[in-house]
Design a protein around this ligand. Structure first.
Ligand code: MG
Length: 429
């Protein structure tokens, strides 16, 4: 997918597909008895359990994500609590992506229930983008599940397409183009824009930019002044059909953590694993600081004999957790070793280990109701770093980081200058 178009592109050829009440709809898809009823998907269905995904019917009755189950039951006494089935949602996600890929090669999953379909190269094949969108909706009903609905936004870039997909739910189909963008923006507030949270909105308002329309027509100089960074200008570009097609934050292109391995360290496989895990946790810390999740992960090992092992993968569910990064890289190393029947990749010949993350996505665009109890896990990470910010690094560390027998020091990244800046920030606290 062409992530960075250099010139402004004004044809609405990018589709953003957002499944409506995805988890609850998957449950209703598989269980006819749940159809038409207000359903609340919960990690745990005790009284204090938390609703992570209400069905369309439950939303209509006022049930919201994040409510406690007893509160939700008071509001909607016939609510049906259902426990999560992550593998079910993953299966439907895979089916969905496969259906979308029938329409274009350029399909980019953005979360478990969202994907971008870039039809820019298919303008001759599809004379009407709304027709394609209707065909996609139909294909989802016939080939993924007849109870599944989606909202599709169509626009010249992914940011505006995502915005368009939020404007009509459920089963929406909305276009944003140069002809109607001002009318659309006039009805919205700053925080209605995907990725603009309260902090950013407060900063813009303090600088006299109170609405999305004012943001669209503000000058670059004014925006730089107001936001004290290039970020405001990026929002402006997105609202003016310029900038990136992809929504990945451009401020950070890549983060890397690299470590040279000493003679003593390479003698112990366990120490090599500790180093790899520490590198992953270093990247986790930087992503939490920058409020980013990554969609692409790289791992590499350099050996004294000049050889190199390299791995790179795209993940359909954005990642931030260091231990998740570590286990992903390890299981791929295991597969590699088995497939090629070679000696362990982490061995006494290792000279350097590196991990990189890229294709970032702002944390507030990552659906928190993903799997199992990610909300709690993400919150835990934020809290951990907030406490360390106040009381000094390593006030709190996870059990997996405690390895007194093999101390591994904090690492300096060798990525972009922003990476170094980030490290300096961290050392200053
Ligand atoms: Mg959705």
């Amino acid at each position: 997918m062409n992530a960075n178009r250099l010139r402004t592109h004004t044809e609405p050829t990018v589709l953003f597909v957002d499944m409506n009440s995805f988890f609850a709809s998957c449950e209703q898809q598989d269980n006819h008895w749940l159809r038409g009823r207000p359903v609340a998907v919960c990690v745990y269905t005790g009284r204090q359990g938390c609703v992570i995904a209400p069905s369309i019917e439950a939303k209509g009755r006022g049930v919201k994500t994040g409510m406690r189950l007893d509160e939700a039951m008071q509001l909607c006494p016939d609510l049906v609590p259902v426990e999560t089935h992550p593998s079910r949602y993953r299966d439907y996600h895979v089916k969905l992506i496969n259906v979308l890929k029938r329409f274009a090669d350029e399909v980019l999953p953005k979360s478990i229930d969202e994907a971008i379909v870039d039809l820019t190269r298919y303008q001759l094949a599809y004379p009407s983008m709304t027709d394609v969108a209707r065909r996609i909706k139909q294909a989802i009903r016939t080939d993924v599940g007849d109870y599944l609905r989606c909202s599709i936004g169509i626009a010249p870039n992914a940011f505006l397409a995502k915005l368009a997909s939020t404007l009509q739910k459920p089963d929406g189909l909305t276009i944003i183009s140069p002809a109607n963008i001002d009318d659309v923006l006039a009805k919205l507030t700053l925080t209605d824009l995907p990725g603009i949270a309260h902090g950013m909105s407060a900063r813009l308002e303090a600088g006299g930019i109170n609405t999305p329309l004012e943001l669209r027509y503000a000058s670059p100089d004014r925006l730089k002044l107001v936001c004290k960074s290039i970020v405001g200008w990026h929002w402006h570009l997105r609202l003016n059909f310029g900038g990136e097609v992809d929504m990945a934050t451009q401020a950070y292109k890549q983060m890397q953590a690299i470590r040279s391995v000493s003679g003593a360290q390479r003698q112990s496989v366990e120490t090599l694993h500790t180093i790899l895990r520490t590198l992953c946790l270093t990247l986790e810390r930087r992503m939490v600081r920058q409020q980013l999740f990554c969609q692409r992960l790289q791992g590499w090992v350099r050996y004294w004999n000049g050889k190199r092992y390299e791995d790179e993968l795209t993940v359909s569910i954005p990642m931030q957790d260091g231990i998740d990064l570590y286990t992903t890289l390890c299981s791929r190393m295991d597969n590699y070793q088995q497939a090629h029947r070679c000696t362990p990749l982490l061995n006494a010949d290792v000279r350097q280990i590196g991990v990189g993350v890229t294709d970032f996505m702002p944390a507030d665009m990552v659906q928190y109701d993903l799997f199992e109890d990610n909300t709690r896990k993400d919150k835990f990470r934020q809290t951990l770093y907030a406490i360390n910010d106040r009381f000094g690094p390593n006030t709190l560390v996870r059990a997996t980081q405690i390895r007194p027998e093999t101390p591994v020091k904090e690492l300096i990244g060798f990525g972009s200058i922003k990476d170094l800046h980030d490290i300096t920030d961290w050392e200053a606290v």
